[in-house]
Structure formats: C-alpha cells, structure tokens
Write a protein that binds this ligand. Sequence first.
Ligand code: CTP
Length: 406
Amino acid sequence: MFSALHNRRILLIISGGIAAYKSLDLIRRMREEGARVRCVLTAGGAQFITPLSVSALSEEQVYSDLWSLTDEQQMGHIRLSREADIVVVAPASANLIAKMANGIADDLASTVLLATNKPVFVAPAMNVMMWENAATSANIALLQKRGVKIIGPDNGSMACGETGAGRMSEPNEILSTLRSHFELPGPLKGLMALVTSGPTYEPLDPVRFLGNRSSGKQGHAIAQALHERGAETVLVTGPTVLPDIAGIKTIKVETAREMLAACEQALPVDIAICAAAVADWRPQEASLEKLKKGSTKAVLELTENPDILANLAKDSNQRPRLVIGFAAETSHVVERARQKLDRKACDWIIANEVASDKGFGENDNQVTLLRRGENNRVVESAWPLQSKDEIARRLVLEIIDYFTAA
Ligand code: CTP
C-alpha cells in the first residue's frame, strides 16, 4: 500500500495517560505504513503500558532514562531527535505540555523536546477540566505560536467517567495528519475537489426513513486520498459512523435534496466525485407525527429525488473540469455503466457490482473505470479486487495524470 509515511523516521513520545494504550495501535499502524518508529516512554507512560510491548511493536529499543549510561551511549537525547523526521507526542499529558511550553527539561522526553529542531506534533489527552484550564489553554496557544501542531483532542466520554474535550484523537486521525504533513504540497495543490459519500435518509415520519446500506467507506477514502495529494477537499456526506477526516471540510446531510444544496454551495470546484448512494425516491410527504398502525394505508407514495451527479455534470459555467460518478449495479455491470456515463453526462464512471454481501459496507471492491476518451470513445479498464483505500489512491493517481496532461 502506498503511504506518505513510508520510510519516514518517527520519534514517538508516549507520556502518562490511559490513552497510552492507543499508542500501541498507533505504532503498529505506523509500522504497517512503512515508517520507522522509535519510542520514548516517560515514567508516567510506563504506568499504563510496558516498555516490552512498545519495543515489540516498534521493533526497536525503547528509550526512557535520561541518565542511563546504556541509553546515552547508544542513543543520546540529541541524536534521538536528530535522527527523526518528525517528533510525535501521543498521548501528551497536561504535565508534558506544560513542560514543553516552559522549556523544562527534567527527563528524557522533555529534554528531547527541548533539543529538537524537527516538526513536533502533539496529541493531547487529559481530563476535560484539565484541558479547559486556563493554564493548559495558554500553554497550547504558546506551543501553536511556536509552530507545534496540535492534533485533537476529541470530545467524548473519558476513562475518568466525565464527558467533554480531552480524549486523545484516534490513531486514524493522527496518521492522517502525519501523512498530510509529508504529502503537502501535493500534485493536486491548487485544485478544489468535491466528494459525495454515504447513503441518504429520506424521512417517512419523525422516526422512520428510507435509506440504504452504503457505509461511506469508498467516498471517505477518496476524499482522504485527494486531500493527501494536495487538493482542497469538501466532503458532503450522508449519515455514516465514520470519523471526520482531519484537514477536510465535511458537510453532514441527511436527504438527497440537502446533499444537492450542499454540493451546489461548494461550487465552483475542479473535480467532483459522486460516491454517495443517493436514494432515488423519497416519500411524497413526510408525516410530522409518527405513523400509526392501522391509521394509514400500507402503500407508500414516492417521488423522485434530484440526481446530484447529473446536476453537477450538466453543461453550465460552473461545471467542474472532471466529473466522476459511480455505477452500482447488480448485473450487466459494465454495459449499464456505459449507459449511465451517457445519461448523466459525466466524464468518468466507476462501475462496481453490488449485492448485500458485495460492495456496500465491504472493505474490498472490484471496479472497472470507464472514461470518455477522444471522439467520445469509451475506454474501459478493469482493476483487480483491492481495498477501498487502494481504489481511492489509484483513482487519485489517474486524476493527477489527467490534470498533468491537461
Ligand atoms: N447519483 C446522484 N444522485 C442521485 C442518484 C445517483 O448523484 N439521485 C449518483 C451516484 O452518486 C453515483 C451515480 O449517480 O455516482 C450512479 O448511481 P446509481 O445508484 O448507480 O444509479 P442511479 O442513477 O440511481 O440509477 P439506477 O438506480 O437506476 O441504477
């Protein structure tokens, strides 16, 4: 898998906090993406996870002690930071953040942070009151002013039982920020992209809706890949359980009509990719009251929804330079996708077979890309079965080629 973290040297500082368990997953994922990860574990961090698990996952020695002769001989605090491309502090406790802001160097982690000349990323994790304390706010503001990049924290319920801001960002979000650091400015820098994703929900009454099984995975992966290659990306998404993607403007909608309005608002863009599984019909009328058994006819009157892709692709002075749609079909996939390419006047269409056990919600997908070439001739290329992330990255490479050739 292509990743901007490939061959990058990351120094990960793990300080004290229950969120330290997430750092183990973070190390594993960084390694999977080809990064070389060295870890410094503070005394607080070692209360939550063991040096053994950190070193097993990073496949490197773990550094903890500023005064240890072995640590110093093998890797001093200066070398630790010099030999990294970036320094990541995750989780960053309120205490370590305060030390960073004030230049205190009383252990290996804080000394490395004072000595480093590399970009520093901090993912805070602490109780909501500690996060909202004026001292922490001032420390964070000071660090940001000095160029330290702060990731998160997220909102939610915490290990201490309270709820609010202070949860460490998920490894996914941290990784995405780190990738963006290495990828920007990318080949799509200066271009604007719009992506639709997920299902739409069409209300029947206040509690029921017509919807579909779309997970939003493919659309979200495309938005992320576009962002990672430098495009300024707006994601318009129906209801999904997927987390927000760092660095991307996300507009959350429920119905097809809301999705169309949000897309029109995002114009003009250079690239539009419609990956959403938009409901073709909506109930003619949504009841304001919950429908009761026996009180209504068991027949639904439906009315057609606007076609967002066709609207974006129609000839207008705001037409994006490249409009890409999907064709989800249960049979005659490529033939029907060709018809859709014409009917919706888009430039490319990605055809895939769907069934309840194929395409929707799954991680892997087999797609065929159909492109309108010279003299309106349609060029077809079938891609192997691959993950939705890989499809997204490959599509973005095709988009880069398209704009480089243009
Ligand atoms: N699409 C859209 N707005 C709609 C319906 C579909 O933008 N109201 C887009 C989808 O995002 C996708 C493409 O059109 O990029 C094709 O969607 P698909 O569901 O395969 O086709 P439909 O137009 O709905 O046609 P049918 O259901 O008859 O196959």
